[in-house]
Design a protein around this ligand. Structure first.
Ligand SMILES: C[S@@+](CC[C@H](N)C(=O)[O-])C[C@H]1O[C@@H](n2cnc3c(N)ncnc32)[C@H](O)[C@@H]1O
Length: 405
């Protein structure tokens, strides 16, 4: 691999803004690439990959390079030298900025550092302790390395527009290297390519949706013609898939606290040929008037969570979240279960889901609800844990509850 020196400062400066000043990773990288239009595609890929590597392996790199987080410009050059060595590349020998630390010393420190799993897998100590306590050694030992791998882009072919095979052929004809994934609607994109300019995308033939998230609609299996409330709908990834399974018959009320996300949902629904979705912003109080109670045949609660199941795509999460945040988000999840479950009609079904791998956001949360006075009317029908240690998907949890009739 050849390294170009002019690319190094933008890499570490952007990584520093993300890791130490809280800038948003994806947006910062997009911004950097937009403001350097002269860079060729190889350089753009290199810059983006190296910033993501620095985010994913931040702790491992700094423990090996410096035994503390980087502070100065010289520290960041040594971080990059360490990163390249550990990635299996030979760093340039004639760059004075990288002379401060000898390669043999880097490998010696690496041997010591990897004895500690939190350092080897590059996560904060509190997270290692918490996950180990909750998930247990057996699963955590497999799950953590899998969460550190990189993930392919997964698409969902839109069955309202065409069967999956037809979508596959059209995308390949348009030059997108896609393969089938699983036996339903999923397609996987072999290499990271732009696709939003394609005619098939504009015509709503497919959406980006992780494989785990695509399992939710099939877990619920909503019947066409029924009334479904998706109460944490965001920009509508699950709502659109649910509408497709309902053959665009019935009614879906997609709600969220964020009007901005609902606006995006409406745009996507139009593109996807979905006409049964209505959107509504939830009041900031997170409480509903009794007019909404006992109405939904199906209630989907894809609640806000830590995002610890999606570290492959958002490695920044491990440096952003803190134990206090987990407590807050779990209180929100409990509130949503308690208040929103009132919308489910007797005999109706409630689906609770998160993209977390922590039992305290998942099955323990559901158990607490079922044991509370508000949960007495519900019973658990089934639950499922998904994750990159088990299949091609992100970490995800789903529980299907039924309200007694
Ligand atoms: C996991 S995301 C939902 C993703 C979405 N279902 C999809 O498939 O793309 C959780 C959503 O819950 C919303 N949210 C946060 N607090 C909420 C609340 N109290 N009531 C309803 N939605 C809330 C967030 O704005 C976010 O869009």
């Amino acid at each position: 691999m050849r390294f170009y020196k002019n690319l190094i400062p933008p890499i570490w400066q952007t990584a520093r803004a993300i890791l130490q000043e809280g800038a948003h990773a994806h947006r910062s990288i997009q911004q950097l690439l937009r403001s350097n239009k002269k860079w060729g595609s190889r350089d753009r890929r290199f810059v983006a990959e190296q910033i993501y590597e620095l985010i994913r392996w931040y702790r491992l790199y700094y423990e090996v390079a410096l035994e503390r987080p980087p502070e100065t410009e010289a520290d960041w050059w040594l971080m990059l030298k360490t990163a390249w060595l550990l990635q299996g590349h030979q760093p340039p020998e004639d760059w004075p900025e990288m002379q401060g630390l000898d390669s043999l010393e880097i490998w010696r420190r690496h041997r010591v550092a990897v004895e500690n799993r939190a350092i080897r897998e590059s996560i904060p100590d509190w997270l290692e302790e918490r996950a180990l306590q909750e998930v247990g050694e057996e699963r955590w030992a497999k799950l953590l390395p899998a969460l550190n791998s990189s993930a392919d882009v997964v698409l969902r072919s839109n069955s309202l527009k065409a069967p999956r095979q037809k979508v596959l052929h059209r995308l390949r004809k348009e030059g997108l290297p896609v393969e089938l994934l699983g036996d339903r609607e999923a397609l996987v994109l072999g290499q990271n390519r732009k696709f939003t300019h394609l005619k098939s995308y504009e015509e709503g033939w497919f959406e980006v949706q992780d494989y785990a998230s695509q399992q939710l609609a099939h877990f619920l299996k909503p019947q066409a013609g029924r009334y479904l409330v998706d109460a944490c709908a965001g920009a509508g990834g699950k709502s659109l898939h649910l509408a497709a399974l309902m053959k665009n018959r019935g009614e879906i009320l997609s709600m969220d606290l964020s009007e901005h996300k609902l606006k995006e949902l409406r745009k996507r629904a139009k593109r996807a040929g979905v006409s049964i979705i209505k959107t509504e912003k939830i009041p900031a109080s997170g409480r509903f008037s009794p007019a909404y109670y006992n109405m939904a045949d199906y209630l989907v609660l894809d609640v806000p969570c830590s995002g610890l199941g999606v570290l492959r795509r958002n490695p920044q999460t491990k440096w952003i979240i803190k134990p206090e945040f987990l407590e807050e988000i779990q209180a929100t999840q409990a509130h949503i279960l308690r208040e929103y479950s009132l919308l489910c009609k007797p005999g109706g079904q409630l689906l609770y889901a998160t993209c977390s791998i922590l039992p305290s956001e998942n099955e323990w949360q559901v158990q607490r609800f079922l044991q509370s006075p508000d949960g007495q009317e519900f019973e658990l029908l089934k639950e499922q844990h998904l994750g990159p240690d088990r299949g091609p998907e992100d970490g995800f949890y789903m529980a299907l509850l039924q309200r007694k009739g």
